[in-house]
Write a protein that binds this ligand. Structure first.
Ligand SMILES: [Zn+2]
Length: 368
């Protein structure tokens, strides 16, 4: 049975431990002790070494030989300020004294996963194999998840608990994204004495920009130039201009096509004017889109239904560890746990939401 006191005490203990990205050592050691005491197989991988952090991902397995393998994941790191966190419980809400983030993003998820495993152990019921992954350095680019060895653990489904929205919220699609710098290199010349000897990079950029597709491209796709810099002096033909560009799409293919088209237009325009075009636009993490009748979504909906919670399917512009796992071909979902005003010192979470999310993942495991 769900032990509310145990669940919330564990959460409070964890948030009190400072764990900025790449410095998760202390909370990892706290977790290792708990997980070993629970009788799980516990391992720390090489993610810390890979990314110059002091901690690897913590992986705990509740074995169930021959059964399906279900992975649950939440991240250990938090954004700053998080040096000293004083959690305050007031009217069923956990918040801070206003000097730090709470770190419910994502320790609420960790607390829920641990409590769910304890419930499964105490029930004595049959269960699938449960792989708990507590990742590092999620907040600075999903680094821990990138280092995680999926092939070693071979999960069938991945449930990441790392989203706002009340429990019952399922992030069913997140975009593919690309961003970086676009540069036009023209040629400087005295603007008053010999402008014809120069190539104005801004003129080149302007011609290209009127041809590329920008803003809302279609219902799945957007792109933007958000920053532009260039020039050296008012009396010098602008020799270079740089622009920060981004594009997003819920379709990886459409994004690829849009990028190719955009670069081609810049390239052709630059050539026409005798200028040079360079860019450092890179695709980030993969997006994902779950099919309406996918097993993972059905599992999730059924679990919510079992405890009378409404399932809300949403799309999210952000990325989380689920993007990495699904990018490697494992069907993954990101779930809401009610974390609110995250990445601010006003961050808070309702106790009720941590409890309900725990109930949902317990029902998920019972239904598989
Ligand atoms: Zn998070």
């Amino acid at each position: 049975m769900l032990n509310e006191k145990r669940l919330i005490e564990n959460f409070i203990d964890m948030v009190k431990i400072s764990s900025p990205s790449l410095n998760e050592r202390e909370v990892a050691d706290y977790l290792k002790k708990i997980l070993l005491d629970m009788g799980l197989e516990v391992e720390e991988d090489n993610a810390g070494k890979d990314h110059n952090g002091n901690t690897g991902n913590i992986i705990a397995v509740l074995k169930s030989p021959g059964k399906r393998k279900i992975l649950f994941s939440s991240h250990m790191d938090t954004v700053t300020p998080c040096k000293k966190i004083n959690p305050i419980i007031e009217n069923g809400i956990i918040k801070t004294d206003g000097t730090s983030v709470l770190g419910g993003d994502d320790k609420a998820g960790i607390a829920a996963i641990i409590e769910m495993i304890r419930m499964i152990q105490e029930s004595g019921d049959e269960h699938p194999e449960i792989i708990a992954v507590f990742s590092v350095a999620e907040e600075i680019g999903l680094l821990g998840a990138q280092s995680f060895d999926l092939d070693k653990y071979k999960p069938d489904l991945v449930f990441v608990i790392d989203s706002g929205g009340t429990p019952g919220t399922a992030v069913i699609e997140t975009p593919y994204a690309a961003k970086g710098k676009i540069e036009i290199i023209g040629k400087a010349a005295h603007a008053g004495l010999a402008p014809e000897l120069g190539i104005n990079a801004l003129t080149v950029a302007a011609h290209a920009i009127t041809k590329i597709r920008m803003g809302r491209i279609d219902e799945k796709t957007t792109s933007n130039i958000g920053i532009i810099n260039g020039g050296t002096a008012v009396n010098i033909v602008m020799p270079n201009v740089s622009m920060m560009y981004e594009a997003r799409s819920f379709s990886g293919e459409i994004l690829d096509d849009l990028l190719a088209e955009t670069f081609m237009i810049f390239q052709e325009t630059a050539e026409k004017f005798g200028a040079e075009f360079k860019h450092s636009v890179k695709k980030g993490y993969n997006g994902y889109k779950l099919e309406e009748n996918s097993e993972i979504l059905k599992c999730f909906e059924k679990a919510c239904g079992n405890i009378g919670i409404e399932c809300k399917k949403v799309s999210s512009g952000g990325g989380c560890d689920a993007n990495i796992y699904s990018g490697r071909g494992i069907v993954s979902i990101n779930m809401g746990i009610g974390m609110s005003k995250v990445h601010t010192t006003e961050e808070f979470i309702k106790i009720e939401d941590i409890i309900n999310c725990t109930k949902i993942i317990y029902e998920i495991i019972k239904g598989i």
